[in-house]
Design a protein around this ligand. Structure first.
Ligand code: SF4
Ligand code: SF4
Length: 483
């Protein structure tokens, strides 16, 4: 062939090669099963847990109450103005991800990501209906006949049911689950509920059944940014090629001392849900699920070689291991400045949120002085200031609040009267779960120091008359000394 002949460029699109992971057993597979059961259990059961909050509040333990713009989580209730709790939790989740990735690579992807969990569940169904790897490959190549139609139909029906259950569970987080379940069956649920279930069903069906590893490789941004959190101390799954190579098939009754430990059985490749061969080195596709470790350990047990040809390893230890040394203690890789920094930030935000949670006032209000006019001189010479009071009743019953005023030193202010618009006294009753916006009048007698002064700082107290809960806020009284 002439060297000047044009070279055909590689295609820009490669069709997906179907992946049929083989069944495997071992420590990592067991860990994954356990996590799958726990996470699916939490997801499906949580909306059905009840929590008594009194007659006027929902009794669902975890509820995103969009209609009333609140989030209930067992004994905790988050209001819209307390969104910083949600923001704090999201930041903690992000830092937690940094921490785990920095310590042990893509453990989130391999064990806990919903895409991994649901894909695992779908593969379990597929294997149960169509058989293990070889049977599934045979079925794929087989022409459409009764057996293939029956198996495909059964598999897709179960996948669809799982999708419906997934979408169904999702909407239960947003309204009372038993009521919504009944409404869904009687046709009384809102169109948005049916639409959400339909969308969640189809995405679960498509992502878990057909897209699988493509979501991780092409759609998810995490594989691209996780490298920034990893360094040579991060524990990653690696093939110890200095021990495995040169690889070669195991010949019965023969022992070749020049051959490495890898018998080229392809078990590590056959169990991989991402369809990669870890012996080719670190790859972006690897979600560090550990299944290739289980598969290889099984082989090593069978041929009587030590386990760990594939295993967790820090790059820092590679040269040490190549030279025949022992890797450093695993905790030395995990506890290092980077992970300690992530953990410190994560713990600081967590402690801050817990402190904020327990220190937040049970009474929620704010008071704003009206600026136009700053004050009004009444017929008897007294001076009136007008304020806007916003008072939220977070309780599940009618609550009566008393409004009072003292000086910033906590001492009573002579002659100053407090009066709420439309109320006879300095108390007001707010219905449960409602926010009351009302005018508040403060009046200083004619010629009093308050009336003639420029500005006087005051402290306004709101007290729940049915309990010991009270809270205060500073405000000002504008007198005629302004002129
Ligand atoms: S190479 Fe191993 S750890 Fe990585 S995705 Fe495949 S089976 Fe999981
Ligand atoms: S499972 Fe182990 S022995 Fe078999 S091919 Fe993979 S690395 Fe080699």
């Amino acid at each position: 062939m002439s060297s000047t002949e044009p070279v055909e460029p590689p295609p820009l699109y490669a069709a997906r090669e179907p992946i049929f992971p083989r069944r495997v057993s071992g420590a990592f597979r067991n860990l994954k099963w356990a996590l799958l059961a726990v996470m699916l259990g939490i997801y499906y059961i949580t909306p059905w847990i009840r929590w008594d909050r009194g007659p006027a509040l929902p009794d669902q333990a975890v509820l995103v109450d969009l209609a009333n713009r609140r989030f209930f989580f067992f004994m905790i209730e988050i209001w819209p103005h307390e969104f910083y709790f949600v923001a704090g939790l999201l930041i903690m989740a992000g830092l937690g991800l940094f921490l785990f990735t920095s310590a042990a690579g893509r453990v989130w992807c391999g064990y806990a990501c919903p895409q991994t969990v649901w894909t695992d569940l779908y593969i379990l169904v597929e294997r149960w209906v169509e058989g293990d790897r070889n049977a599934r490959i045979r079925l794929l190549r087989q022409k459409w006949n009764f057996e293939k139609i029956r198996k495909r139909f059964t598999k897709w029906t179960i996948w669809l049911l799982i999708g419906v259950a997934t979408g169904g569970a999702w909407v239960f987080y947003f309204t009372d689950a038993p009521t919504l379940l009944r409404d869904l069956f009687t046709g009384d649920a809102s169109p948005i509920a049916y639409t959400t279930i339909a969308v969640a069903t189809l995405t679960t069906f498509a992502f878990g059944g057909f897209a699988r590893e493509q979501i991780c490789i092409y759609a998810c941004p995490w594989p691209r940014i996780q490298a920034a959190m990893m360094d040579e101390d991060t524990l990653v799954i690696a093939y110890r090629e200095w021990r495995g190579e040169p690889r070669g098939k195991l010949k019965k009754g023969e022992h070749d001392p020049t051959q490495g430990d890898c018998i080229d059985c392809m078990a590590c490749f056959n169990v991989c849900p991402m369809g990669i061969d870890i012996r080719d080195g670190q790859q972006l596709e690897c979600i560090t699920c550990g299944l290739c470790i289980d598969a290889c350990n099984e082989m090593m047990d069978k041929i009587g070689k030590p386990r760990g040809l594939i295993g967790y390893m820090a790059l820092k230890d590679e040269n040490l291991e190549r030279a025949g040394g022992h890797p450093r203690n695993i905790w030395k890789h995990i506890f290092r400045p980077r992970t300690l920094l992530y953990f410190g930030l994560w713990a600081a935000i967590g402690i801050g949120l817990v402190v904020a949670l327990f220190m937040r006032s049970p009474i929620d209000f704010n008071v704003t002085p009206n600026r136009d006019p700053l004050y009004v001189i009444q017929g008897d010479g007294s001076v009136r200031n007008i304020y806007t009071l916003r008072l939220r009743n977070k309780a599940g019953d009618d609550t009566t609040f008393k409004v009072s005023i003292v000086g910033v030193d906590g001492q009573p202010v002579d002659g100053l009267t407090v009066h709420l618009e439309g109320e006879d006294a300095d108390t007001v009753t707010v219905p449960p779960d409602e926010t009351l916006t009302q005018r508040l009048y403060l009046e200083a007698p004619a010629g009093s120091p308050l009336a003639t002064a420029d500005r006087t700082d005051l402290r306004l107290w709101i007290e729940d008359t049915g309990s010991t809960d009270r809270d205060s806020s500073e405000t000002v009284f504008n007198g005629t000394g302004q002129r």
